[in-house]
Design a protein around this ligand. Structure first.
Ligand code: NAD
Ligand code: ZN
Ligand code: ZN
Length: 391
């Protein structure tokens, strides 16, 4: 089959690889009908998160038709079912899964020892996302093996298009969880840094959850326009002072709730560092020509407020003003998304027409065009916001 394969820094190719097969009785195989490129894939593209290996298949946003089912998944899935695959592989049975903490499932990371060493504990297996999270082949491919498929799936209701359902596997619940983590109250101003696909979902979610005011921050005009169409007041950090504008909008008090939908990107200059030392300087010493999102959030957030981080970080991120956060009594919430925790609620909201997540799609292309589309998405060429690939 064809798949997008990681070969090294900024080197993703569409290769012919071996078709996946059932390896365990809880597995299923899907024929991928739609998959997408995520901001998290860009971290791997840039090699900012170590532990990718040449030959790894990319992709963690995918859906398709079930073509094969292992014996122990047949009570939940059958051939022909249309499913979205959540990016977090879950067993559905361990203590964390029972609490709904799906992204830290204790059983699905097949490289637990590595995660144990680096993180102190294992976290869930993730598709197409480094060997720290299991090194599972991803879904930017014609076929995908879904481990623990009896638990790791979202059934697509009849009549719902791929475009409406696809983002239930990652960016919609990610933006939603970031907003839920803000414990939004009717008088709240929620400020959201980053208007990429995840930020856009967070904006729509904060509006749906009843924030008085949602403020969106980025420097890309078309992303700011999409944010405004979703009900946000916008700030272009290139031309405006984020702190001054946020204070103006909140009577000088600052937003009660702040969401980081940027992550690693905020620490790294657009010209990518070539040596480890350059990268260390940028990531750890925060030598960047862009404002540092976490510090800006902590500075402007109203005392007693919440900092909700859905942007992805890796390694050490240093020079965080802990004293300021401590004295202001800020709460921090973060994590990979517990995708399946939010599925029922979000499916209902899509069916009721409260949200149609397909609004972010600006580009649809063939899988073979994937390597080129990574560059288009990274460089925001042609007003690119979200790319969907059709294997
Ligand atoms: P993206 O790269 O398309 O969007 C990032 C946006 O941030 C861009 O529009 C960029 O212009 C903007 N930005 C950069 N620096 C900024 C600054 N200083 N202030 C304000 N905006 C700034 O990526 P995306 O797909 O929207 O993903 C966003 C983040 O969410 C990534 O870090 C990704 O890894 C992460 N993510 C996390 C989860 C999770 O489970 N927690 C899931 C999916 C994605
Ligand atoms: Zn993602
Ligand atoms: Zn589990």
């Amino acid at each position: 089959m064809k798949a997008l394969v990681w070969h090294g820094k900024q080197d993703i190719r569409c290769d012919n690889v071996t078709d996946p097969e059932i390896e365990d009785s809880r597995d299923a195989i899907i024929k991928v009908t739609s998959c997408a490129i995520c901001g998290s894939d860009l971290h791997l593209f840039h090699n900012f998160i170590p532990a990718m290996m040449p030959g790894d298949i990319m992709g963690h946003e995918m859906m398709g038709e079930v073509v094969e089912v292992g014996a122990d998944a047949r009570h939940k899935l059958k051939k022909g079912d249309r499913i979205v695959v959540p990016f977090t592989i879950i067993c559905g049975e361990c203590e964390q899964c029972r609490r709904g903490n799906f992204s830290v499932c204790e059983r699905t990371n097949r490289k637990k020892e590595l995660a144990d060493k680096v993180f102190g504990h294992t976290t869930a297996g993730l598709f197409g996302y480094t060997h720290l999270t299991g090194g599972y082949p991803g879904g930017q491919a014609e076929y995908l093996r879904v481990p623990f498929a009896d638990a790791t799936h979202i059934k697509v209701p009849d009549g719902m298009t791929d475009e409406q359902a696809l983002f239930l596997g990652d960016i919609l619940p990610t933006g939603w969880q970031a907003a839920v983590h803000c414990d939004i109250e009717p008088e709240d101003t929620v400020a959201i840094w980053g208007c990429g696909p995840v930020g856009q979902m967070a904006i729509r979610s904060a509006v749906l959850l009843g924030a008085r005011q949602v403020v969106a921050i980025d420097d890309i005009p078309e992303r700011l326009s999409m944010a405004a169409a979703g009900g946000a007041i916008t700030i272009n950090f290139e031309t405006d002072s984020v702190v001054e504008r946020l204070n103006e909008l909140t009577g000088g008090k600052g937003p009660q709730k702040c969401i980081d939908a940027v992550g690693l990107e905020a620490h790294v200059t657009p010209s990518q560092p070539d040596t480890l030392m350059d990268r260390a300087k940028q990531v750890m010493m925060l030598e960047s020509d862009r404002p540092h999102v976490l510090r800006e959030m902590m500075y402007v957030c109203r005392p007693g407020g919440i900092i909700s981080i859905c942007g992805v970080y890796a390694g050490l991120v240093d020079k965080i003003p802990m004293g300021m956060a401590m004295n202001k009594g800020l709460s921090f919430r973060m994590g990979q998304t517990h995708v399946n925790r939010w599925t029922d609620d979000l499916l209902r909201r899509i069916e009721e027409g409260q949200i149609d997540p397909s609004f972010v799609i600006t580009h649809t292309a063939r899988l073979e065009d994937g390597p080129e589309m990574y560059k288009v998405f990274r460089d925001k060429q042609d007003s690119c916001i979200k790319v969907v690939l059709k294997p």
